[in-house]
Design a protein around this ligand. Structure first.
Ligand code: UD1
Length: 380
């Protein structure tokens, strides 16, 4: 049995890691295909190294482009891979353009497709990811879900129960696998957040969604709130290349202090700042996140990771496709209104969070369950 595992963007690399290990463990023939959607070393290579993944077997090298360009290029290139390798199964993860494009190319060749992290819905079709989720789910043969909400969404869309498998969250498998290693990272010392063994309070920020970063007024509003928050605690901001580019093009980069090298933070004056830096690797970021007083983000995966870490998370969006992180976890949806961001942040800093629960099956064994299902289905 030949399996192809597809990944293209940063969060995909985190999700394929436990799947790849589990397939290896069982001696299954698996090739990793990297679409090249993310190509900067810090968005891609660093992750393969940190996550102890081998070099991809095939690199499609598609790079950036408009949605249609990127999706189209991935389909064309991935179809060639399918012709060449003739896989018995293609596994796709998450909701990025690489996910939908490769699933569509495979499905049209009648190759069975497994979608890991199926069924999540924000019910907001202005998000490109929502289109990718719906499309991928409806053309996949095996739908692996992380929560009951996802099972319900799929059933409501008419997907037969026989295709849905509630298995848990592969992103949490990876977090659990690498947590101890991350604790050994010296990122907190490098950022001068730990001095003489004493940890400072700080917030972590990530921001990259078009709805937050593509309009000048919205981006300016968010950073005006963060600037005010940083008078209370430093805000550490490993920036996505797209956000860095937008801050520069709107001439908003004076609202943050950019540090080329992490140790430069010492040299640039007041602690009270929004400190922007290049994207961090998985291990460094996990350590940084797990000791923060507060995380502000528009990422999907970070809402889940903070839930497991028990770190308060403010999601700078109007909705989430991961409501379980609000109901059971540490997540709160605050949108991008500056006053709301600020008042929610201060509230968390003063009052903390009430007791929270770990969502069902977020236990580090999701990949094991997935491969168990697939082998039972495909080998018989
Ligand atoms: C993509 C996903 C998003 C996911 C995010 C994780 C889609 C539609 N979006 O968004 O769901 O949360 O990845 O990071 O698939 N760029 C670089 N270097 C890179 C990659 C991107 O400079 O290695 C810049 C390019 O200018 C590019 C822009 O970032 O045009 C956006 O990249 P793209 O892959 O289109 O989407 P993301 O915003 O990264």
């Amino acid at each position: 049995m030949k399996i192809v595992l597809v990944a293209g963007a940063r969060p995909n690399f985190v999700k394929i890691t436990p799947l790849w290990s589990e397939l290896q463990k069982r001696g299954l023939d698996c090739a990793i295909v990297h679409t090249g959607q993310h190509y900067d070393d810090k968005m891609s290579k660093t992750f393969f190294k940190d996550l102890q993944l081998p070099e991809p077997d095939i690199h499609l090298g598609v790079g950036s482009g408009s949605h249609a360009e990127q999706t189209g290029k991935i389909m064309i290139e991935f179809e060639k891979v399918c012709f060449r390798l003739k896989p018995d199964l293609v596994i796709v993860v998450g909701d990025v353009n690489s996910t939908a494009a490769s699933a569509l190319a495979a499905a049209k060749l009648c190759i069975p497709v497994a979608h890991v992290e199926a069924g999540l819905r924000s019910f907001d079709r202005s998000m490109p990811e929502e289109i990718n989720r719906i499309l991928t789910d409806h053309i996949s043969d095996y739908l692996f879900t992380t929560c009951e909400d996802a099972n319900k969404n799929l059933r409501q869309e008419g997907i037969p129960a026989s295709k849905i498998f509630f298995v848990g969250n592969v992103m949490i498998d990876t977090l659990k696998q690498f947590f101890k290693l991350a604790e050994k990272s010296n990122i907190l010392d490098e950022l001068r957040l730990k001095k003489d063994g004493k940890l400072s309070k700080y917030a972590v920020l990530t921001l990259h969604r078009p709805s937050n970063v593509d309009q000048e007024e919205v981006l300016k509003g968010i950073f005006s709130a963060l600037k005010r928050l940083s008078k209370r605690i430093p805000v550490i901001f490993p920036a996505h290349p797209r956000t860095l580019e937008r801050l520069k093009s709107f001439a908003l980069d004076s609202m943050v202090t950019y540090v080329e090298k992490l140790s430069d933070r010492d040299l640039k004056g007041s602690e009270k700042n929004v400190w922007m830096m290049s994207p961090l690797g998985y291990i460094e970021f996990l350590n940084l996140m797990s000791h923060a007083s507060l995380v502000l983000t528009d990422s999907g995966g970070i809402q889940e990771e903070t839930t497991i870490l028990g770190i308060p998370c403010l999601t700078l969006r109007d909705n989430t496709e991961r409501p379980v992180t609000v109901r059971d976890g540490t997540n709160m949806i605050v949108g991008n209104n500056p006053e709301r961001i600020l008042s929610a942040s201060f509230d968390i800093l003063e009052n903390g969070l009430n007791g929270k629960r770990i969502p069902k099956f977020w236990d580090g064994k999701a990949a094991d369950r997935i491969v168990e299902v697939l082998t039972a289905k495909l080998v018989t």
